[in-house]
Design a binder for this molecule. Structure first.
Ligand SMILES: Cc1ncc(COP(=O)(O)O)c(C=O)c1O
Length: 439
């Protein structure tokens, strides 16, 4: 092996010591730990692209509101399980102003990160009808959602959407739904890891089939309004963040505050249940809950037993952030646009040096530049590439852990890469390209 930017002996030893049997299948946290250790021993800084964490300071309005709430003593008081009234009403305003969808404050429930919203939804939705006990993942996916299924013991099926964009999505979805066992469909949009964004046509197809087969659509908007090709930043003014909620009344939306408001540390998100689903009566729920009404089972059964609601001060923080966004005094999209600008530069560095972008189109449109991008290098699987790149001071994750069938692919997250590191990234990619000639 040629001379690499990171000491080969150290990498080899750390890889062996990590006891990770297959680096390509390692979890994001395992890779993070491995890279931390190599950095500490060698003193060399990596281009860290493995973790999807915000790289910006938290929304200040939220921090101030939380401090004030804590000073006022909310720390001693249990919050309402279904959320602070002020947060619930700002949330329903937010849904109207940024999605152009009507929900009541009752339908908006804060959760401990949108991660908990997912967990609570998987649990409750899959118990509504005895014969519907399986979730359908439109992959690639956020791997923790599948882990949640395994932990709870819920079945899932999945397919990679790569070859089923546009009208082709209909038949593929229907091939699963017509079996009758699917309770819900989940996907993230923009998608983690691939950054594909469903078109309105595709969202329409998902909704049509959800209506036809009485399936709940769980739309994970963890990267809310972060498709920077369009300007979704003006409250109450089109265009709006595209959503399946426009075309079906059988949905749950997860709105994370982690990325859009850089508020990951406070672990607060929103679960928005469509008015119709909220009031749906499903007698089979009685097997697990006191109520057979979905919204009540969710709040007084699932959310109560998971965490008795969400941190009181964080709710004040999020309420203040949403109010400012709704009033048009806080342009949260302007703050996060930096991710898209960095992605554009970084993607070019990769493609200039022999790498390919794996997921590259939304039907006929070039993919947006955003929080993540996917890449490959001729002649390598994603797993092999991940290991190789560690020697070049570049860390990312393999798409193999996301349900993607593009096994040559890797996911890069741009958030933690400082612009000052761009020359080093370029140098390392160039060297990799020189060492691995493409025929
Ligand atoms: C697609 C997706 N869903 C959910 C989450 C979790 O969000 P939260 O921090 O609000 O729990 C993430 C975080 O990376 C994500 O990428």
């Amino acid at each position: 092996m040629k001379d690499t930017p990171i000491n080969k002996e150290v990498v080899k030893r750390k890889l062996a010591e990590s006891k990770i049997s297959n680096i390509g299948k390692a979890s994001i946290r395992e890779i993070k730990r491995l890279i931390n250790e190599i950095e500490t021993e060698t003193g060399e800084k990596y281009i860290r692209m493995e973790m999807g964490v915000p790289g910006l300071p938290p929304a200040r309005i939220g921090t101030e509101a939380e401090i004030e709430a804590l000073r006022n003593g909310v720390g001693a008081i249990y919050p309402e399980i279904d959320g602070l009234p002020i947060l619930k009403s700002e949330a329903s305003r937010f849904i109207k102003l940024f999605l152009d969808v009507d929900v009541t404050p009752e339908n908006c429930i804060p959760t401990v990160g949108s991660m908990q919203g997912g967990y609570a939804s998987f649990m409750t939705v899959n118990r509504m009808y005895q014969e519907k006990d399986t979730t359908l993942f439109i992959d690639p996916c956020f791997p923790v959602h599948k882990m949640q299924h395994k932990v709870i013991g819920i079945k899932y099926e999945a397919f990679d959407v790569y070859n089923y964009r546009g009208e082709k999505l209909r038949e593929k979805l229907e091939s699963f739904l017509r079996k009758g066992n699917i309770a819900s469909i989940i996907y993230s949009n923009p998608n983690n890891p691939s950054w594909i964004c469903f078109t309105d046509k595709e969202l329409h197809i998902i909704a049509d089939l959800a209506n036809k087969y009485n399936v709940v659509v769980m739309e994970d908007l963890a990267y809310f309004a972060m498709d920077f090709r369009k300007d979704y930043s003006k409250p109450g003014v089109p265009p709006y963040q595209p959503t399946v909620a426009k075309y079906t009344d059988n949905y749950i939306l997860f709105i994370s505050s982690s990325k859009a408001f850089s508020y990951a540390g406070q672990r607060i998100g929103l679960m928005v249940i469509s008015p119709k689903l909220f009031s749906t009566k499903a007698p089979d729920l009685k097997r697990y809950y006191n109520s057979d009404i979905f919204g009540r089972a969710m709040i007084f059964g699932t959310v109560y037993s998971l965490s008795s609601g969400t941190s009181h001060s964080a709710q004040y923080g999020l309420a203040a952030i949403l109010k400012a966004a709704n009033d048009g005094t806080y342009d949260f999209i302007k703050e996060v646009k930096e991710y898209g600008e960095k992605a554009k530069i970084m993607k070019k560095m990769f493609t200039d040096n022999g790498f390919k972008i794996v997921y590259d189109m939304d039907e006929n449109e070039q993919l947006a530049d955003g929080f993540y991008f996917t890449f490959s290098y001729p002649g390598f699987t994603g797993e092999q590439l991940l290991e190789k790149l560690i020697y070049y001071g570049i860390s990312a994750i393999s798409l193999a852990i996301t349900g993607s069938e593009r096994l040559e692919g890797m996911r890069a997250c741009v958030s933690l890469v400082d612009r000052k590191q761009f020359p080093i990234l370029e140098q390392r990619l160039k060297l990799f390209n020189e060492h691995h000639k493409i025929n």
